[in-house]
Design a protein around this ligand. Sequence first.
Ligand code: HEC
Length: 290
Amino acid sequence: MKSGSLVFLTAFVALAFSWTGFVLVPQLQLGRLEAAKTVPAGDAYPVARSGQARQGAEVYRSLGCVYCHSRQIGQQGTTVEVTLTSVGTNAANVLSAIQKAAPHLAATASLASVPQVLGQVADTALADDAVTAIAEAGGEATVAILPDGPDIRRRWGRRRSVAQDYLYDPVVQPGIRRFGPDLTDAGATRASAEWQLLHLYAPKTVVPDSTMPGYPFLFVERKIGKTPAPDALPLSGTFAPPDGHEVVPTEEAQALVAYLLSLRADAPLYESPVTPPPAPATNGVAVATK
Ligand code: HEC
C-alpha cells in the first residue's frame, strides 16, 4: 500500500482547492457584506422584506418561477445627461457659459424652453463643470446618471444588480433562463396587486398572447356568500366563473404577489449609481425605449 498516502494527498489537495474556490473565496469577498447607504440621500439599503413578502419568496421558490425568470440586471455603461432647468435672467450669458464648458451641448440648446435636456457628456466630472459654469452665469442645471445596456433598455431594471440587492434573501435566486422577462424591478413596472393576481390566475386575462402558464390552484372558486368577497378577481368573458361563483386568492397567492411587489432595485448606490427619475418614468429617461 505504498501509494496509499499519495492517493490520500491527491484527494486532500483536490478537496482543499475546491473548498477554497467555492467556500473560502466567496466568504472572504461577500461574507461580511453589510447594508449600504444610498447616494446621496444616505438611506439604509436594502430594507428587509415584510413577513408576507418573505413567505411569498418561498412560494416563488416552490413553484419554480426561477426556471423562466431571472432576477439580475446587466449593464454595459452609463450615460451622463445634463438638463437645463432654468436660464435665470440672462439667457445669452448661460448660452456662452455652456459653449465654453461643453461646446457640443450648446449646439442643441435653444434656451427657449426649460427644462431641456442639453445632451450627454463623457463623465460626471465634465457634467459637474458644465453645471458649475451654468450656475455662475445665473442659470441652473441638473445631472442625471443613466445606466445603459440591453436589460435596462427593456426596462427590466434601472441599474445593474449588485450583491447588496440580495442581502436579505435567505435563498438567492438570480436565475439563468429568461423565457419570461427579468423580474428585478417587477414591483415598480407592474405595481398593481390586481394585475399581478389576474396574471397569476390566468396570464391571458391581462397579456392576451402570454405563454406563461397560469397558476389557478393558488385561487379558490366558490359560491358567492351574502356579499361578494372584496378580493374576488374581476373576471369576465371566457375567464369568468360560473354564475353565482367567485374566484378569490389564497394566502399563498397574496404572499406571492406581496413578494413580486417588493421586487425593485432602483436605489442609487455608490457601487452602481443611477439617478431615479423625479416623477413617474416619463421624463428624461432617454435610454429607455419600448
Ligand atoms: C414557462 C415559463 C414561465 C414560468 C414557469 C413562469 N413564467 Fe412568468 N412569464 C413568462 C413569460 C413568457 C412572460 C411574458 C408574458 C406575460 O407577461 O405573461 C411572463 C411574465 C411574467 C410577469 C410580468 C413581467 C413583466 O414585466 O411584464 C410576472 C410578474 C411573472 N411572469 C411572474 C411569474 C411568477 C411569480 C411565476 C411563478 C409562479 C412565473 N412567472 C412563472 C414565463 C413564465
